[in-house]
Write a new protein. Structure first.
Length: 135
């Protein structure tokens, strides 16, 4: 029989030390972060392009969003495609992905400006985050 594609395996098959992140390594929301809201949030994420960042697990992540709602992410466990939608009334970006190895990204996020072109996306359901810099 042929092997089961990774995208259809159950989540229990994931290694306990999945390198693209875990909530256990989350940081507290430090002072000085400014949340992006309304049109600023929408413009920022829909025009994100490709950014490079670091996940809460310490792994390098490449993230690309397109204005049509498409999303692509790449890191040490491979890549995934997905979609995002803006929840304007709650100032959130909600992401859906296809790969179980990226399940921590299947969440709604708030985005904070850290200053000097740096930002952090913080998941609402746990402590997962991605810090990135826009060029």
């Amino acid at each position: 029989s042929s092997p089961t594609p990774a995208s259809t395996q159950n989540a229990s098959a994931l290694p306990a030390n999945n390198p693209i992140g875990s909530a256990s390594k989350a940081l507290e929301n430090p002072a000085g972060e400014r949340q992006l809201i309304g049109g600023e949030l929408n413009n920022h994420f829909t025009d994100l392009g490709t950014v490079h960042g670091i996940s809460s697990g310490g792994s390098s992540i490449r993230l690309r969003s397109k204005p049509n709602g498409d999303l692509f992410a790449q890191g040490p466990v491979g890549s995934t495609i997905g979609t995002y939608r803006m929840k304007d009334s709650e100032n959130q970006v909600c992401i859906t992905v296809t790969s179980m190895y990226w399940k921590m990204m299947q969440d709604c996020f708030r985005i904070y400006d850290l200053g000097q072109g740096s930002f952090v996306m913080r998941a609402l359901s746990d402590g997962y985050f991605i810090k990135y810099t826009r060029s």
